[in-house]
Design a protein around this ligand. Structure first.
Ligand SMILES: NC(=O)c1ccc[n+]([C@@H]2O[C@H](COP(=O)([O-])OP(=O)(O)OC[C@H]3O[C@@H](n4cnc5c(N)ncnc54)[C@H](OP(=O)(O)O)[C@@H]3O)[C@@H](O)[C@H]2O)c1
Length: 254
């Protein structure tokens, strides 16, 4: 625990900490003794979580109401983190816009691109520079098993998740000489607001986050859970990208 805190503390940012996987990142990092900066739009939820965690652990928790789809998000994050030593950035916030690309408003697709790709990249750029100066730290991107496949009808969402996966794996290579560990955690269906209406079997957010944090510094790409690992291995080993699109498309049409 102390080793984790020494490497990735004293402060961790968790985006999307108002629900689902982000809440669990906050809980498990708090248990490891890191001070937290929780980011999302629903401030009431962040404040309730901050109260819970600072009551349970000897840590300080700050909450920032930030819309990661807005153009001024970086200034708000800078203001809220000024003077704090951020050793871990968890780029977890995300949205999923479903349906064929042309159906939802273009504005919704652009918002998703901003929240899922632009904001995590900008935050990684911002905090990697600070971590390089300290010669330690970590960055986690919440990607997805859909990062590995084209998925017709949620193709743009899957593409945003592929962005996180490839950026994380490349950054891990670039930054390893500076003792900074970057990881893409790739969950399959996981219990959260995003999957409330999905009837498939889901992993708990707790198990996903535990696997991510246990493997931080050792693995830059983590597929959560054995079933998901086997599924990704099998599909990418035996099928071409075109075939995967056909298989995915037919499954989505059912
Ligand atoms: N659940 C799954 O099956 C699954 C599988 C693979 C990957 N993922 C990924 O896991 C991550 C977390 O999702 P989740 O499953 O935990 O879903 P969730 O319960 O819907 O949580 C999404 C989080 O992102 C935040 N968020 C969304 N838009 C935002 C914006 N414009 N500005 C700031 N924060 C914003 C939400 O906060 P506010 O609404 O309060 O702003 C919320 O805290 C996402 O990146 C998702 O793509 C999920």
């Amino acid at each position: 625990m102390t080793e984790f805190k020494d490497t990735y503390g004293p402060w961790a940012i968790v985006t999307g900490a108002s629900s689902g996987i982000g809440v669990e990142f906050a809980r498990q990092l708090a248990a490891k003794g890191l001070n937290l900066i929780l980011i999302a739009r629903r401030k009431d939820r962040l404040d309730a979580l901050a109260e819970e965690l600072s009551g349970k652990h000897q840590i300080t928790v700050k909450t920032l109401e930030v819309d990661l789809g807005a153009s001024d998000f970086l200034e708000k994050v800078r203001e809220g983190t000024d003077g704090l030593e951020v050793g871990l950035l968890v780029n977890n916030a995300g949205v999923a816009v479903n349906g064929p690309l042309h159906k939802p408003d273009l504005e919704k697709q652009l918002q998703m691109l901003h929240v899922n790709c632009t904001a995590p990249m900008v935050l990684a750029h911002e905090f990697a520079n600070q971590m390089i100066a300290r010669q330690k730290g970590g960055i986690i991107f919440t990607a997805s098993v859909s990062s590995f496949f084209p998925v017709p009808y949620v193709g743009h969402y899957a593409a945003t998740k592929a962005y996180g996966l490839f950026l994380a794996a490349s950054l891990n290579y670039e930054l390893r000489k500076d003792n900074i560990h970057v990881q893409a955690i790739c969950p399959g269906y996981t219990e959260s607001e995003m999957t409330e209406k999905v009837r498939a079997k889901k992993m708990s957010a707790q198990a996903v986050v535990k696997e991510s944090l246990d493997k931080l510094g050792r693995k830059s790409v983590v597929i959560a859970g054995l079933k998901n690992k086997l599924m990704v291995w099998f599909m990418t080993k035996f099928f071409s990208t075109e075939a995967l699109a056909r298989i995915g498309g037919r499954m989505m049409e059912k």
